[in-house]
Design a protein around this ligand. Structure first.
Ligand SMILES: [Zn+2]
Length: 355
């Protein structure tokens, strides 16, 4: 039972506003005289009865939280605190996603909105040691032509390291819009070297995942857990090296599965899927990255299997090969260290000279 907080890993599914600390949200709301809905600040996220969970409750809460983010200062604070929180959780690499359109009105447009985030990601990477890269995500609630504008903007900042755009996503309610209409935006992004990382396979099942795989040619699927319902599709995903950003707390909070034990992590692993566990929106689900690994442990995965999950998260990241190699070695070192629980001999003797 090694310390999961110390396990080196990559966090590949985290939303900008959703990454906020509850205390920061309260603080920002208070300073602007904005009243927040109680369910955003009362720490009861995990006690919501199964029949009251769901997308619309989530979307209302998310929109309310986003409304307090109305300045460059607020945007920088979110990126910085996300990096600090990741550092505490053993994250080596964070790929945080943002739709800059939401914040553009307060900072002079989508270009400055993205540049603020990229600049702060560079600074926060330097200060925390977590490599923070950006995924620009279009929204299913907006016109696909808006997505093309975003893809062109993202393309200008394409790279693989800290403070660069590494992927292009598609977020918001999976049930909205006609997936092939976003293919043009994803083509622009892919030609610039950005990985395709759209959401899919959480609220909707295999048929929708097939549409996304065909039209948007993903390198990773945001969620994709429901591929577990269709062995042929899952096999296709595994054979084509499409990684899955699995976010168990999100799945349960959105009512996709009744309990954490129902998330088909074992099925996906057995099929050979490349999985990166993610927290999605810790602000709303009150469950962070390490909690997802704790959950894997509760499902019966031992430290070796958990280390494979961490390796998998690094492999699925869009970091440089040399960075990945270094982090893989650090995971091996984590596993090679004595297990403090199963090996009592490894407990250091109390030092009689200690004060
Ligand atoms: Zn998400």
């Amino acid at each position: 039972m090694r310390d999961l907080q110390a396990l080196p890993k990559a966090h590949l599914h985290l939303h900008f506003t959703g990454s906020m600390r509850v205390s920061t949200l309260k603080d920002m709301a208070q300073s602007q005289g904005i009243r927040l809905p109680e369910n955003l600040t009362d720490n009861t996220a995990l006690q919501v009865p199964a029949d009251q969970r769901g997308w619309f409750r989530f979307q209302r809460a998310y929109d309310a939280a986003r409304k307090v983010v109305r300045s460059e200062e607020a945007m920088r604070r979110i990126v910085r605190e996300a990096a600090e929180d990741e550092a505490r959780e053993g994250s080596k690499r964070l790929e945080i996603q943002i739709d800059p359109t939401s914040y553009a009105p307060f900072v002079g447009g989508i270009t400055p909105a993205l540049e603020i985030v990229l600049d702060e990601a560079t600074l926060a990477s330097r200060d925390t040691g977590v490599q923070v890269a950006i995924v620009v995500a279009a929204s299913r609630l907006k016109h696909p032509l808006d997505a093309r504008i975003l893809a062109r903007l993202a393309a200008k900042h394409a790279g693989e390291g800290a403070g660069q755009v590494v992927g292009f996503g598609l977020s918001n309610d999976e049930r909205r819009g006609n997936t092939p209409e976003w293919a043009g935006a994803f083509d622009i992004a892919r030609k610039a070297g950005l990985a395709s990382v759209p959401h899919g396979g959480e609220l909707l099942g295999p048929e929708h995942i097939r549409d996304i795989v065909t039209a948007l040619k993903p390198r990773r699927l945001g969620h994709g857990v429901r591929a577990a319902e269709d062995p042929a599709l899952l096999e296709y995903i595994v054979d084509n090296g499409i990684a899955l950003e699995v976010c168990p707390a999100s799945n349960v909070q959105l009512g996709v599965y009744n309990s954490l034990g129902d998330v088909p992590l074992r099925t996906l692993l057995k099929a050979g899927a490349q999985i990166a566990l993610g927290a999605d929106d810790p602000l709303l689900f009150l469950s962070r990255l390490t909690d997802q690994y704790e959950n894997a442990r509760k499902l019966g995965l031992d430290d070796y299997e958990i280390s494979l999950l961490a390796h998998s998260s690094i492999s699925a990241s869009l970091a440089s090969p040399s960075d990945k190699e270094r982090w893989h070695d650090e995971i091996d070192a984590w596993l090679a260290a004595p297990d403090p629980v199963s090996d009592p001999a490894s407990d250091p003797e109390p030092d009689p000279h200690a004060a």
